[in-house]
Design a protein around this ligand. Structure first.
Ligand code: TYD
Length: 206
């Protein structure tokens, strides 16, 4: 079976996890071997690093922030994603390198070529076959996220930061229209699920 690497991206509160779950149910119904994971996290190391990255009590500078996300990513690619793709599975990842490009690049202002160089090492050059970008106004997203509980370290960043992140995501999608599927996150979850499934189905058949 042909492996497929799918990622979901977008701001806080865009409904990524809902869509990841819905896609997973569809893959399961089809009997297609698949693996679901997320960033930061997905490994023992990633889970620890995630705790550090989201801790609202910590002040973390943009460079170490990016390096920590990259550390989690490097471990996840080696320990989980590559092996699953090697077995021919469909890998669905909730956030991946585009989040670093948007949050640490566009949002925090880290140099893009430095970011790409580290990302190349961390991922071994592994890029998704399809990236679903759930686009949403940052104010609406933060409100949705806030209704779920205490804001984490990133959710506490100001609206201007989150606006740069959104623009960053959209710029990435414009640069690689073949890889990105950009969807309006305010649409009905069922309708979004259908659109995602159509795009995934196309690639599964290929
Ligand atoms: P998470 O709770 O997974 O957020 P969400 O449910 O919105 O996906 O927390 C991940 C946070 O880390 C989120 O605010 C985005 C941020 N992030 C980065 O800043 N850079 C990255 O490379 C990644 C993967 C995530």
């Amino acid at each position: 079976m042909t492996p497929l690497f799918l990622t979901f991206e977008g701001p806080e509160g865009a409904g990524k996890s809902t869509q990841v779950q819905r896609l997973t149910s569809r893959l399961a119904a089809l009997g297609r071997p698949h693996l679901v994971t997320r960033e930061p996290g997905g490994t023992g190391l990633g889970a620890r690093v995630r705790g550090v990255l989201l801790d609202p009590a910590l002040d973390i500078d943009p460079l170490p922030e990016f390096l920590l996300y990259s550390a989690s990513r490097a471990q996840l690619v080696r320990e989980v994603i590559r092996p699953a793709l090697g077995r021919g599975e469909v890998v669905v990842c909730d956030r991946y390198a585009d989040s670093s490009r948007a949050y640490q690049g566009a949002g925090r202002g880290l140099d893009a070529s430095f970011l790409e160089a580290v990302t190349r090492e961390a991922t071994g050059g592994l890029a998704p076959d399809l990236t679903v970008l759930l686009d949403l106004d940052p104010a609406a997203g933060l409100a949705r996220a806030a209704s779920r509980g205490q804001p984490d370290r990133l959710e506490r960043a100001d609206l201007a930061f989150h606006a740069r992140v959104r623009k960053g995501f959209l710029a990435l999608a414009a640069r690689e229209p073949g890889r990105f599927l950009v969807l309006d996150a305010t649409r009905d979850p069922g309708a979004l699920e259908e659109t995602v499934w159509a795009a995934v189905g196309e690639r599964l058949g290929a």
